[in-house]
Design a protein around this ligand. Structure first.
Ligand code: KIV
Ligand code: ZN
Length: 526
């Protein structure tokens, strides 16, 4: 590099072009193993995505379960501006169910997909290429008769033969598809290749200008965002992405990274999105809290270290001019400078302001509950750090709609066994108590929970981490439960590790109950 570039924060776009943001946190993101969300959590996420300017929200895969159908349908009914998409395979029952779910939306979309790579067609679909072509025409035509906005995706598109892929795209456009998505389903592509793929398909397919081309990248080689940007340069004008990069296996392209890359580097990529970037941090926190998927500390844009400067040289540079080590301001992604220090004398107003600073906006009831827990925490802990508040509020958000709640816990632990736990739970408004023993206090607590809420789920993960330093730090416990090959993860936070453990296990049970579509806690078994 021959010259030093100034921080490009204020650069104006030249011939800026719009890129449509299609968020699939609620569909591909929710497919992350262990990351399921409840119905109410999905509505919360959808509302926030709508507010922050997402153009299209993929709300689920309606045919897969009653729960998915209900969530897509409820989101379709409530959103004020975004289009609402549902996923469907090339099958009549998928398409009809999807149409029924999205139809109430202001702008409904059916998103159809079928595999086009030799490997997928042979082993997954067990179909010949000509049969796949026929299925594309039939499925797009059927969907188009029900809803006018149709997206068609070539699953495993990047490992498909280019001639066949072009024939498939041509058939989809001819049958009425208005968006053509070429996913890098297994995260195999590299940027120059992905860009060329779009250029070739757009050039070779007749009437390609009748459809918007779309990128959908998985992160198996850590290239999802790079490939997404390359796809845009190849002519794609829709980006499929998720908050925090959630998604199958290594995840999808992270929305916050794509949006900020386009914003910060407008000088070389003259594209813009309609996302209000100052809401990215809040969205990241909400999605992390409801999915119980932690955000890695050094995650670009939304990680807690993303704007932290540790070394003396960097700190010195920052004090002289923030542009020395920051290519964007924390405020531009919704992180505001910490100003309020919280303690036991802090009131409700300061608490609310502090949460706003941290990127949280709670409803009245959730705020009251969180405030009560904060007061309790401040009585027990000398310094209440921002991380403490975040753990507490995450816990509150994730468990706001729980039907099984922890009421009281007394544990006898120590060198003389057996350790025992007396536990009271509130299940749908009814309190029940049980005392159990175990091989250690955590085992005793979990045995008491199993006695009160019988179930066959297997404990796959039990993990404790301290939210801050010091022996009075809050413990954050993660519990993953698995049943019939499906798993859910949930967290619990409390200064007492044993209480946090109970909270986390109960939160997991609540999630499992929702995932299984069980209506009553006592029927978790069987
Ligand atoms: O990764 C993928 O191919 C998908 C399709 C269903 C769009 O998620
Ligand atoms: Zn995907």
């Amino acid at each position: 590099m021959s010259e030093i570039h100034p921080a490009p924060m204020e650069q104006k776009p030249q011939n800026s072009q719009a890129v449509v943001i299609f968020d699939t946190t609620l569909r591909d993101g929710e497919q992350s193993p262990g990351a399921s969300m409840t119905f109410e959590e999905k509505l919360q996420v959808a509302d926030l995505l709508d507010q922050m300017g997402v153009d299209i929200i993929e709300a689920g895969f309606p045919v897969t379960s009653e729960g998915d159908f209900e969530a897509v349908s409820a989101i379709a009914k409530r959103l004020k501006r975004a289009s609402v998409a549902g996923l469907a395979r090339a099958a009549a029952k998928d398409i009809d169910r999807c149409a029924e779910a999205v139809r109430p939306a202001l702008r409904p979309r059916i998103h159809l997909f079928i595999s086009t790579s030799p490997l997928h067609m042979k082993y997954k679909l067990q179909k010949e290429p000509d049969q796949v072509l026929e299925m594309i025409t039939a499925s797009v035509s059927r969907a188009r008769n029900l809803v006018s906005d149709i997206e068609w995706s070539a699953e495993d598109g990047t490992r498909s033969e280019i001639d066949f892929l072009c024939r498939c795209v041509e058939a989809a456009i001819k049958a009425g598809a208005t968006t053509i998505n070429i996913p890098d389903t297994v995260g195999y592509a590299v940027p120059h290749e992905y860009r060329a793929l779009f250029e070739t398909v757009r050039q070779r397919v007749p009437d390609s200008d009748k459809a918007v081309f779309s990128v959908h990248c998985h992160n198996d080689l850590g290239l999802a965002v790079a490939n997404t940007l390359a796809g845009i340069e190849g002519g794609a004008r829709q980006v499929e992405c998720t908050i925090n990069g959630m998604g199958e296996r290594a995840g999808n392209a992270a929305m916050e990274e794509v949006v900020m890359a386009l914003q910060v580097r407008r000088d070389t990529m003259p594209y813009h999105t309609s996302i209000d970037a100052t809401m990215l941090t809040r969205a990241s926190k909400l999605v992390s809290a409801v999915s119980s998927f932690p955000v890695q500390y050094n995650k670009a844009i939304v990680g807690r270290n993303a704007f932290a400067h540790e070394s003396g040289i960097h700190q010195d540079g920052m004090l002289k001019n923030a542009g020395t080590y920051e290519i964007m301001t924390p405020e531009s992604v919704g992180v505001s400078k910490t100003s309020l220090v919280m303690g036991k004398h802090s009131g409700r107003h300061a608490f609310k302001e502090k949460l706003k600073e941290l990127g949280y906006e709670l409803g009245e009831n959730a705020l009251e509950d969180a405030f009560a827990r904060f007061k309790d925490l401040a009585d027990r802990k000398k310094i209440v750090y921002d991380e403490d508040l975040a753990a507490l509020v995450d816990d509150e958000i994730a468990n706001a709609y729980d039907r099984i709640k922890l009421v009281a816990l007394t544990v006898i632990a120590g060198t003389k066994g057996p350790q025992s736990a007396a536990l009271t739970l509130d299940i749908d408004g009814k309190q029940i108590t049980h005392q159990a023993t175990g091989n250690g206090p955590v085992d005793a607590i979990f045995n008491a929970i199993v006695a009160l809420v019988p179930h066959k789920a297997v404990l796959e993960l039990y993990q404790v981490h301290a939210v801050t330093q010091g022996t009075d730090a809050q413990a954050e416990v993660s519990v993953r439960l698995a049943e019939d090959g499906k798993s859910v993860t949930a967290k619990g936070a409390d200064p007492d590790t044993l209480v946090a453990s109970a909270r986390a296990y109960i939160a997991s049970l609540n999630k499992l109950m929702v995932k299984r579509g069980r209506t009553r806690p006592e029927v978790l078994t069987g």
